[in-house]
Ligand binder design. Structure first.
Ligand code: BES
Ligand code: ZN
Ligand code: ZN
Length: 487
């Protein structure tokens, strides 16, 4: 998609989008050509267009103007927010696609132009191609090819906002594509190749640890979970140095389970079907590491992705096994389906040796996070209130909503085992708090580092998409983390 910004409408084919605020119904902004102003006046009178419904379509035949005119209600200026702008971009993008317009002009009156970045994010995300593996691509693809944004005056900051929105939204679509792809295509080898490409493109330092390395270093958590899989487990490490030499790095760790059958604690059919999405954390980390340099973020950032597949065969780990983690801690396996915490714990231990400023873990770690917060809020669990509050505040700015959950001291105790140091699941419970107990397990490996855990188990994948999303992967967490790294 090609994007142009200017202060004039260019004659052309395709669609013209005219968003209208409730306050402007009777006095359309100067930005709008006279023909459109008159047209709107007529519509307001005859069609009871009230500016509230988003996506009213009309046709206008006027020389010098594109042929389809979409009047789009933009709500009231007083209530307008970045989130509404992103949703609006999504609605418009889906609508024009539906109407088979591939060339689109959007008028951005002043109050909308100040949210040009968010509008564009929504628009680009709405162009995500769902039919990833259909062979007859051409037939149904009406993605926007040329997007022309028209605003009262083109400022440097608008140009920068457009450039940034494009980077972030494309990264979000990349995350969605990785997550929505099945595990026979996006497997550990695929993610490794992506890490390699991203390292090369951005000149990041990299360590793409494989089976031999992990055995040598005794990463017992990662090795145990991958035991039932004939493909290699991985720990992918990408390092970006945008800060000064002596600045400590922020480490972001993403769960990369390319498929989670549950292991011998096998999932049931409906619970297993979507478990190709269990690498959403790792996909997010890949996208972040591909963005940090392009966004010129002035921090040292390390991305770590433990990548495994939780399968069943004669070598698979069993409930009751005792494993020794990378940290030396012993863990009694009480449930092979609680595998994410095992691979993350090894990655966390690895991170502690890098003397980090903070450690962030992002993972589809528990179904319990969905039970607690549904598919709009992900869960934050942290040992540092300031870090957690900062992430929570940012999450609201970018509509990647997050909410904090507490760890009770008793939950920490419940992760202890009678015969080993820890157990991976509070199995004789019915005790609830599955999300924070998983976090309590992770916390045992964090030592005295600042840490915040983001459980996207309920939000990474959705059956109730927002206007700019589609069913399936959302990329929830990406915008939040990028904004956090920029702050
Ligand atoms: N990958 C799942 C968590 C999950 C479930 C994410 C549903 C998204 C949707 C994780 O590995 C898992 O299976 N967790 C178990 C933990 C339990 C065995 C302690 C869960 O949430 O049921
Ligand atoms: Zn699991
Ligand atoms: Zn899992």
């Amino acid at each position: 998609m090609k994007i142009k910004i200017s202060n004039k409408i260019k004659a052309g084919k395709g669609a013209l989008i005219a968003p209208i605020f409730v306050e402007d119904l009777n006095k359309t902004p100067d930005l709008y050509p006279l023909a459109i102003r008159n047209f709107i006046k007529e519509r307001v009178k005859n069609d009871k267009f009230d500016g509230k419904d988003q996506g009213h379509v009309s046709f206008l035949s006027e020389k010098g103007l594109p042929s389809h005119l979409f009047l789009v209600g933009a709500a009231a200026k007083a209530d307008f927010t970045a989130t509404i702008a992103r949703n609006l971009g999504g609605r418009v993008g889906k609508q024009v696609k539906c109407m088979k317009n591939t060339e689109v002009t959007v008028l951005l009156p002043r109050d909308l132009a100040s949210f040009i970045g968010q509008f564009l994010e929504g628009y680009i995300m709405s162009q995500y191609d769902e039919a990833l593996f259909k062979t007859d691509k051409k037939k149904e693809n009406y993605n926007t090819e040329l997007l022309h944004l028209v605003m009262p005056s083109v400022t440097k900051s608008a140009e920068q906002a457009v450039e940034k929105a494009e980077l972030i939204a494309k990264a979000a679509n990349y995350v969605r594509r990785l997550i929505n792809s099945p595990a026979n295509i996006v497997d550990s080898e695929y993610l490794t190749a992506e890490a390699k490409r991203i390292a090369k493109d951005n000149r990041h330092k990299k360590a793409l640890l494989g089976l031999r390395d992990l055995k040598k270093m005794k990463a017992g958590g990662i090795l145990a979970v991958n035991q039932g899989c004939k493909r290699e487990p991985r720990m992918l490490v990408l390092e970006y140095n945008g800060g000064s030499r002596k600045e400590k790095p922020i480490v972001i760790i993403g769960k990369g389970v390319v498929f989670d059958t549950g292991g011998y604690n096998l999932k049931t059919a409906p619970g297993m079907e979507q478990m190709n999405q269990d690498m959403a954390g790792a996909a997010t980390v890949l996208a972040i590491m591909d963005l940090v340099k392009k966004l010129k973020i002035k921090k040292n950032i390390i991305g770590i992705m433990p990548v495994v597949e939780n399968l069943v065969n004669e070598d698979a780990y069993r409930p009751s096994d005792i494993i020794t983690m990378l940290s030396g801690t012993t863990v009694e396996i009480t449930n092979t389906d609680a595998e994410g915490r095992l691979i993350l714990a090894d990655a966390i231990h690895y991170a502690t040796e890098l003397k980090p400023e903070a450690i962030i873990t992002i993972a589809t770690l528990t179904g319990a996070s969905f039970a607690a917060l549904g598919h709009r809020y992900c869960a934050l669990v942290s040992n540092n209130d300031q870090l957690r509050d900062q992430l929570q505040a940012i999450s609201h700015e970018v509509d990647d909503l997050a909410w904090a959950l507490p760890i009770h001291e008793d939950y920490r105790k419940e992760m202890e085992s009678k015969i080993a140091d820890l157990r991976n699941h509070d199995s004789n419970s019915g005790g609830g708090a599955g999300c924070t107990k998983a976090a309590a397990f992770l916390e045992k490996f964090v030592k005295n580092n600042k840490w915040c855990h983001i459980d996207i188990g309920g939000t990474a994948y959705t059956s109730r998409p927002k206007p700019y999303e589609t069913k399936g992967a959302t990329s929830h967490g990406l915008r939040m983390l990028i904004k956090f790294l920029e702050s």
